[in-house]
Write a protein that binds this ligand. Structure first.
Ligand SMILES: Nc1ncnc2c1ncn2[C@@H]1O[C@H](COP(=O)(O)OP(=O)(O)O)[C@@H](O)[C@H]1O
Ligand SMILES: [Mg+2]
Length: 379
């Protein structure tokens, strides 16, 4: 067994569910810009981990520091138990796939994938077998002789993936790897990437600004904002229980109704009326807060009927848009405009309430989250 193989095998066996990547108080400044701000993070072995956030929030810089392409201004980066902070990329057991595939145009697909292995002195049957396995993994086993330009965008991205996986890194870093693909191909590649990660079982760290992409693929998501992690959790955690207005707004649509604490598990809305929320959602909060409800969690009743639920708001339909699977309403209430998605389960359901009509909205306390309300407003 080659030294490299033995090391990789030892690392795999010894490190099950152990922390694979650790960032400790990592800061990166470029002149007067703080791209990454005192960030600490642990990613366990075998995770499909997404760094999600708007453009400019520091995702790429974080990834480049893990890969060794950028050195932190301060802080420590560990891979396994090894402090790699000052080490160059080739001395880390990490590979990176970028948005631009960066394939060598004059080399065949086979040689593109073989490139890194040849440089390490792998040759003969060993080389052939390993390139073959990597191409099989991305389902392109029979295209080895072609040149990159003879492949579609999705196929080229799969080759880039095969090339990054062929020398069996402990960690694969992906920076918006599907960004150049059209929507349909992107959706397909999301599922394929997840399948490949399942198969190889190594840690993937995936950078994206697309919340749907992160939720489709990742088992853990860190939402980044201005160089910091705003919240970290499973996709369901982040969606059902966002802790800040930023996270609530970045992952899907939400209604945020301003108010203040009015007792145990009760928020008094600024526009009048009390709503019930889980008591745990109020723990540690004081002052100005906002009650959050996702549009699909609201029930709407028209024609003078009362919607069924513990929390109720009355209002008038200001807008209605039919979008096939659901109908989207904007209802003017005393708490401000409230968006409702009503599922079109029954024929004619999309026309249940008309603009100008009085309606009643209801939802359960369990479907409610709470965020702090800041200066810049929460809606
Ligand atoms: N090499 C660099 N020189 C100067 N500023 C940079 C450099 N790389 C990134 N930045 C700045 O750091 C911030 C974070 O950038 P980046 O990590 O690329 O964000 P993201 O990937 O989330 O879009 C941005 O304000 C960006 O302009
Ligand atoms: Mg980026």
């Amino acid at each position: 067994m080659a030294v490299e193989e033995r090391d990789a095998a030892a690392a795999r066996d010894g490190a099950a569910a152990a922390p694979d990547i650790r960032l400790e108080n990592v800061t990166k400044r470029f002149d007067d810009v703080t791209a990454v701000d005192d960030l600490s993070l642990t990613i366990d072995q075998g995770r499909f981990f997404a760094l999600l956030g708007p453009s400019g929030c520091g995702k790429t810089t974080t990834l480049r520091m893990i890969g060794g392409f950028e050195e932190p201004t301060s802080g420590t980066i560990l891979l396994g138990d090894r402090d790699v902070t000052g080490l160059p990329p080739y001395r880390r057991d990490v590979n990176t796939v970028f948005q631009s595939y960066a394939l060598f145009p004059h080399l065949s697909i086979y040689e593109n994938v073989a490139f890194g292995l040849r440089r390490k002195g792998v040759k003969g049957d060993d080389l052939k077998r390993r390139v073959g396995e990597a191409l099989e993994l991305v389902d392109l086993g029979d295209l080895g002789r072609r040149k990159p330009r003879q492949l579609s965008g999705g196929q080229q991205q799969r080759i880039a993936l095969a090339r990054a996986l062929v020398n069996r890194p402990k960690v694969l870093l992906l920076d918006e790897p599907l960004g150049a693909l059209d929507l349909k191909l992107r959706k397909q590649m999301q599922l394929e990437l997840k399948g490949i990660q399942n198969e190889v079982g190594i840690t993937f760290v995936h950078v994206t600004h697309d919340q749907e992409e992160a939720m489709t693929m990742a088992d853990t998501i860190a939402v980044m904002n201005a160089g910091k992690i705003e919240q970290l959790g499973s996709p369901a955690d982040l969606y059902e229980r966002p802790e800040t207005a930023f996270v609530a707004g970045f992952l899907g649509a939400s209604n945020l109704l301003p108010g203040r604490l009015n007792g145990e598990g009760i928020v008094g809305l600024d526009g009048g009326g009390d709503v019930r929320v889980p008591a745990s959602a109020l723990a540690g909060r004081s002052g100005r807060i906002a009650v959050g409800i996702r549009p699909e969690k609201l029930r709407l009743a028209a024609g003078g009927a009362q919607a069924d639920g513990e929390n109720v708001l009355e209002g008038v339909v200001a807008e209605r848009s039919y979008i096939g699977v659901s109908t989207q309403y904007v209802v003017e209430t005393s708490a401000g405009p409230v968006t409702v998605y009503a599922q079109n389960a029954e024929p004619g359901a999309g026309q249940a309430a008309s603009p100008g009509e009085r309606v009643s909205l209801a939802w359960s306390p369990e479907a409610t989250f709470v965020v702090d309300q800041h200066e810049e407003g929460t809606r």
